[in-house]
Design a protein around this ligand. Structure first.
Ligand code: SF4
Length: 239
């Protein structure tokens, strides 16, 4: 089996514990209004790799992983090629490598469930906590995210949630309280990260001839988002 890959990064420190080899899968069926990687959307671009070809590259870096590091598969949306990523995780586990899945978790199906169950840790992009905005601003399904978070909870897989904070869209106290209540439903959520909305992607949209829906929206203030993250942690403790 081959997987369609957008890019490979030898050692990343921002997507899971320790130093990690990052595999960015090509293809995403969603259209989040703030997406900074529109170049990962198409399902017919990128480069095809077998799991073995990726593992060979990973093993060259293994010495840098230490006790915490490993491999993170991100995207695009990795659940779109769930059977391939599961094969990759299975073979990495045979080599004692820690595997993180970075996904929106908005996709159902047997392969998706099997992959989620195989992960050692999940970075879950919680876009919004109401189905209407998940549908209209991302084209996804909150119900599928909820089912997949429940599956991860049943399997006791640690989950770190990530939410992009967009000024005027989800930066209010009410939004934060909603996110605290939503994430508190799942006992395996170990941390909730908030990421400031950025517009470094504008050039990618222009080059692709795609309209960036938030071109006129201001970027989020990094310090303000950090303060929101601390407040979110306090809110979660008090529920
Ligand atoms: S799921 Fe990720 S890659 Fe896909 S549109 Fe949303 S932000 Fe972009």
């Amino acid at each position: 089996m081959k997987g369609r890959i957008h890019s490979l990064q030898s050692l990343g420190a921002a997507d899971g514990p320790g130093l990690r080899y990052i595999v960015f899968m090509q293809g995403c069926p969603y259209r989040c209004v703030y997406c900074h990687n529109p170049d990962t959307w198409a399902t017919d671009t990128g480069e095809e790799y077998t799991a073995d070809a990726i593992i060979e590259r990973v093993m060259r870096c293994k010495t840098y992983f230490g006790k915490d590091g490993g491999v993170t598969v991100s995207g695009g949306e990795p659940l779109l090629q769930a059977a391939f990523v599961r094969e990759l995780f299975t073979e990495l586990h045979e080599r004692g490598t820690h595997c993180v899945l970075d996904s929106s978790l908005m996709m159902d199906g047997e392969d998706a469930r099997a992959l989620i169950s195989e992960a050692d840790m999940i970075l879950a992009d919680v876009k919004f906590t109401d189905d209407e905005r998940v549908q209209t601003l991302c084209g996804g399904s909150l119900a599928a995210l909820e089912r997949n978070l429940e599956l991860a909870a049943r399997n006791e897989i640690p989950v770190v949630t990530r939410t992009v904070i967009v000024p005027g869209l989800n930066d209010s106290d009410t939004e934060l309280e909603g996110l605290a209540a939503f994430t508190k439903r799942y006992p395996n959520i170990v941390k909730c990260e908030l990421l400031p909305f950025r517009k470094f992607c504008i050039e990618k949209y222009r080059m692709a001839g795609i309209l960036f829906p938030l071109e006129q929206t201001p970027e989020a203030d990094k310090a303000a988002v950090k303060a929101m993250e601390i407040r979110l942690s306090e809110l979660r403790k008090n529920i």
